[in-house]
Design a protein around this ligand. Sequence first.
Ligand SMILES: [Zn+2]
Length: 227
Amino acid sequence: MRSFVTLVFSLIRLLLAAVKGALGPPTCAACDARVRDHVVFCPTCAATIEPPPDPEDASASDPRLEATVAFGAFGGALAIALRRLKYQDRPDLAAPLGHLARRAARVGGLVADLVVPVPLHPRRLVERGYNQAALIAAEVAVELDAPLLARALVRLRNTPQQAHLDREARRGNVARAFRARDPRAIAGRRVVLVDDVATTGATLAACADALLAAGAASVTAIVVARA
Ligand SMILES: [Zn+2]
């Protein structure tokens, strides 16, 4: 009952954020300065945005993924905006940041039969009230004109926050942490997997494992920022 009430409050909050985002003047995703329509960052913040690191770097390439497409490098205003989305109760920032993911999907020439977000563990979903990856995935699905299957993957374990762990610990932390809810919905599909940030790529690889085990034809990852 308590989690139901929490969920209702979360939905109301999301709705209010959406209304505020739609009615208020556009503001910078990192510092809230006024910006022109359809602009994500003010000029000062935009100057801190860097292209993503070379995909040939070992950390980004994984045999289970066709590619990991990113809009930019994790740093500067992009990192600030992503942290606000995730930890500071700013689901309204999913629209502008999703816009950047859409741009990366377009530039990267991505094709999808299905768009799937990296899931949160249900307990964390209740705490946060929204899955930031699913909100971004909704934008990517529109761009690719493909169905969004927001609950395609289940997070089996409430893994500790990745941010506190080194690379080896991260891989162990997320290995076998995901499972496909309904393999029939995934089998034979070219899946585009969406997350907000890729650091070591361990989470994306673990999700790709689960999707390929369910029979996905291929998995391509897209993130807003890559470390
Ligand atoms: Zn700014």
